[in-house]
Design a protein around this ligand. Structure first.
Ligand code: NIG
Ligand code: FE
Length: 416
């Protein structure tokens, strides 16, 4: 069915120079069309103003089966959440309660909580239980406007349970019409049974897990938590070198808890994305500047575990492309809502609204290498977009803490 949506008060296309992740001034260009019109079937057939659309209607250049008027509405390409841990089991509300009483994320982890408590819950869950739990969050995230996801394993930490998680991710991608990109994060933490033999665990990742994951085609990327108290650069290098041999690309949890030079390492090893960067050093910023690595910022985590915010403005001034994502997980950031992340990005990271939109749409799409399909509303791309009950895009930020999404359209069909 061909549909013409017209009278769109604020049609944010993010069209333009999209062959590379946006940086510098290009982060400000959202390609807004006021009183816009969008003509689509499963793909976008044409984009312009309502006046132009009416002329095309009259002279028969476009022949829609249906015309809808979206006065006082705003359309965006849909958010790309390029860093999530959406598949998990159990809950860590007790930990949360300790944290609001003053305990730190690291103290809780040192006492046996943190990632390891979710590992226990995941190991004790069946694939079906994990799947059901994940469906709930995935559907919720879509209702908040996310149309593409990266989802990591990393709560199994043994071959059987890591594969179980990746199979759940595969199943989600079959059952939902959104894009889901799987990442193997066997190196999220050291599992308790290897606590005193970390190198043995790294050997298991390299000799058993990665070959198996690759053989089953269950992951596109390999991630590692390179940080104080987790993996060292030297350990991560062994894992990444093996991952590259097996055809997986690299993304990295880098310098979230301390500066360990992880971002510089990400840049030099050719990671697609270096994420968190709360403590990124000037030296690492220089390395990122001279690389193709995207800096993925996760302000929800800084907020939720009361940590400093990444130096977003400095990264932008240094011409580094940035993306925004949730880091959705039960410990350090329990929200699947990208609208909250955009709000935190403008209030606490210091981005402007346009930069936040570009970082959460086309740059997220670049980070997942889906930029030829999603991230902007241009002819030939998927007819996947979000209708907000907002008179203009600023209102998405201005009216915060509510769900401004009115409709989600995926490949030309209304999801919600
Ligand atoms: O991105 N940093 C490592 N992993 C997650 C936290 C996961 C958890 O606490 O369960 C993060 O913050
Ligand atoms: Fe994370």
């Amino acid at each position: 069915m061909r549909i013409l949506a017209k009278d769109i008060s604020s049609l944010v296309t993010v069209s333009g120079e999209n062959n590379k992740p946006r940086k510098g001034k290009l982060l400000n260009e959202i390609g807004e069309i006021k009183n816009g019109a969008l003509y689509f079937d499963e793909k976008i057939l044409w984009v312009g103003t309502t006046t132009e659309a009416e002329i095309k209607l009259q002279n028969g250049e476009i022949k829609p089966d249906k015309i809808v008027s979206l006065k006082n509405k705003t359309i965006l390409p849909g958010f790309v959440d390029s860093h999530t841990h959406l598949v998990f089991a159990g809950d860590r509300s007790e930990e949360f309660s300790k944290r609001i009483a003053g305990a730190t994320y690291q103290q809780i982890a040192n006492e046996g909580g943190g990632i390891i408590s979710t590992v226990t819950a995941v190991r004790n869950s069946t694939e079906n239980e994990l799947f059901e739990n994940s469906c709930k969050y995935l559907e919720s995230a879509i209702r908040y406007g996310t149309i593409a996801f990266e989802i990591k394993s990393g709560y199994g930490l043994d071959t059987k349970n890591e594969i179980k998680m990746l199979k759940v991710i595969e199943r989600l991608s079959k059952e939902f019409p959104v894009y889901i990109v799987p990442t193997f994060l066997g190196a999220h933490d050291i599992p308790p049974e290897y606590k005193f033999y970390p190198d043995e665990y790294i050997k298991l990742i390299c000799d058993e897990m990665l070959p198996r994951v690759s053989e089953l085609g269950l992951a596109k990327y390999c991630d590692c938590f390179v940080d104080k108290g987790y993996y060292t650069i030297e350990q991560a290098k062994k894992i990444f070198d093996t991952a590259l041999k097996f055809g997986l690309k690299i993304r990295m949890h880098a310098d979230e808890l301390a500066d360990v030079g992880a971002a510089e390492f990400a840049a030099t090893i050719g990671a697609v994305s270096a994420d968190h960067l709360l403590f990124v050093s000037d030296k690492s910023i220089q390395a990122l500047k001279n690389s193709a690595t995207i800096a993925t910022l996760l302000p929800g985590t800084s907020y939720f575990i009361r940590m400093p915010y990444a130096p977003a403005k400095k990264l932008i001034e240094n011409d580094i492309p940035i993306a925004l994502a949730t880091d959705f997980n039960p410990g350090s950031c329990f929200t699947e809502n990208m609208q909250i992340i955009l709000s935190l990005a403008v209030i606490n990271l210091g981005l402007n609204c346009e930069q936040a939109i570009v970082a959460s749409t086309i740059n997220g799409a670049h980070s997942l290498e889906l930029n030829d399909k999603i991230g902007s509303l241009e002819i030939g791309k998927d007819a996947t977009f979000i209708v907000f009950d907002c008179k203009n895009y600023l209102e998405i930020f201005y009216h915060f803490g509510v769900n401004n999404v009115e409709m989600v359209w995926i490949n030309g069909k209304r999801f919600w």
